[in-house]
Design a protein around this ligand. Structure first.
Ligand SMILES: *[C@@H]1O[C@H](CO)[C@@H](O)[C@H](O)[C@H]1NC(C)=O
Ligand SMILES: *[C@@H]1O[C@H](CO)[C@@H](O)[C@H](O)[C@H]1NC(C)=O
Ligand SMILES: [Cu+2]
Length: 330
């Protein structure tokens, strides 16, 4: 028992890099409140640097849908109208301009999907994506990537617009950042490496009298991405100077995983300027439990040191029918 616990601690500590999740949502530039409406993933590293969520790497895992604990409703649902501009605010340690968002090594694409809530088979429809959007002017430069050159450089802001005329109803917005820094290997063949997904879901209620339904031939999570897809196993270092001596040819294009963007989504997304973050907490309170490989480890803290009190197993359970979230939840 004791050696198991130590093993959990050791592996969690090695994950204490700058990983990221959504801390807030602005609607037409107006903050909706820190963590409000967001299915915040479980934290899985112990303090002092434990406020990072680990990537999802197993493409067949239910965690690909809305990350760990993504099946758990949160009390608040954000109301939007068709045509509204949403800005998702990704952070690592705190919701401030000094936050480091995500490690600079995590070059990769970013995507946003929309699904009715709760999701069903093939209900996720891609409404936005950005990948390698500028190749380097140097022969072996890394180029510009959505995660690092756009979202990290723009203090964590990711812009997406609610499709025009979208029918009223409850939806889940599934946004993700992707890190390719270990994607030259397949997770199937080497579970220590592999492409890293940071999916995060937001509960939305679309209001108004729109008449456009989401298409029903979207994708499922898990299921949308396969290990054989060209953008899943990809050598992002192949095109950088440090590996210029490689003999394999380097591609300078990147095929973004998943389906093409739905024709009903906005063809262009402009960055909207955002107002101040609502008053209240902008830093996360320390969690007393975290999850790794479906094991929930609970702890109390003595100073900054976690003292393990219990472990249990967690299984995601998604309902098939929408029910309004309870106003308060533990
Ligand atoms: C969303 O942004 C676009 C582009 O800047 C703008 O034309 C539109 O009016 C905005 N929508 C709302 C509801 O503010
Ligand atoms: C926010 O986190 C960053 C590290 O990501 C740290 O350098 C900074 O001091 C923190 N800022 C605040 C206001 O806590
Ligand atoms: Cu990482």
């Amino acid at each position: 028992m004791r050696s198991d616990i130590l093993a959990v601690l050791a592996s969690s500590l090695s994950l204490a890099t700058a990983h990221t999740y959504i801390w807030g949502v602005f609607v037409n530039g107006v903050d909706q409140g820190t963590f409000r409406g967001i299915r915040t993933p479980a934290y899985n590293g112990p303090p002092p640097r434990g406020y990072a969520n680990s990537p999802v790497k197993d493409l067949d895992s239910i965690d690909m849908r809305c990350n760990v604990l993504g099946d758990k409703q949160v009390p608040h649902t954000i109301q939007v109208q068709p045509g509204d501009n949403l800005t998702l605010d990704w952070h690592h340690d705190n919701r401030s301009a000094s936050d480091d968002i995500i490690d600079y090594s995590h070059h990769g694409p970013a995507m946003v999907y929309l699904s009715p809530d709760p999701p069903a088979d093939n209900s996720f429809v891609k409404i936005w994506e950005k990948g390698l959007y500028e190749t380097s002017d140097k022969p072996y430069g890394a180029g510009k990537w959505a995660t690092t050159s756009d979202i990290k450089a723009n203090k964590g802001l990711m812009h997406v617009r609610i499709p025009a005329g979208l029918k009223a109803g409850f939806y889940l917005l599934r946004a993700e950042l992707v890190g390719l820094h270990e994607a030259d290997a397949s997770y199937l063949k080497n579970s220590r490496r592999g492409i890293q997904f940071y999916p995060n879901c937001v509960q939305l209620e679309v209001v108004g009298d729109g008449e456009v339904a989401l298409p029903t031939d979207g994708v499922s999570f898990p299921g949308a991405y396969k290990y054989e897809d060209p953008g899943i196993v990809y050598d992002v270092y192949c095109s950088t100077e440090s590996k210029a001596t490689r003999t394999a040819p380097c591609t300078t294009t990147y095929p973004i995983p998943g389906p093409t963007v739905w024709s009903g989504a906005w063809a262009e997304t402009t960055a909207v300027s955002v107002g101040p973050v609502l008053e209240g907490s902008t830093s996360a309170t320390r969690w007393s439990s975290w999850i790794s490989k479906s094991v929930v480890t609970s702890a109390t803290f003595v100073g900054t040191s976690p003292y393990i009190t219990a472990t249990s197993t967690y299984t995601a359970s998604w309902s098939t029918e929408y029910s309004a979230p309870a106003p308060t939840m533990a």
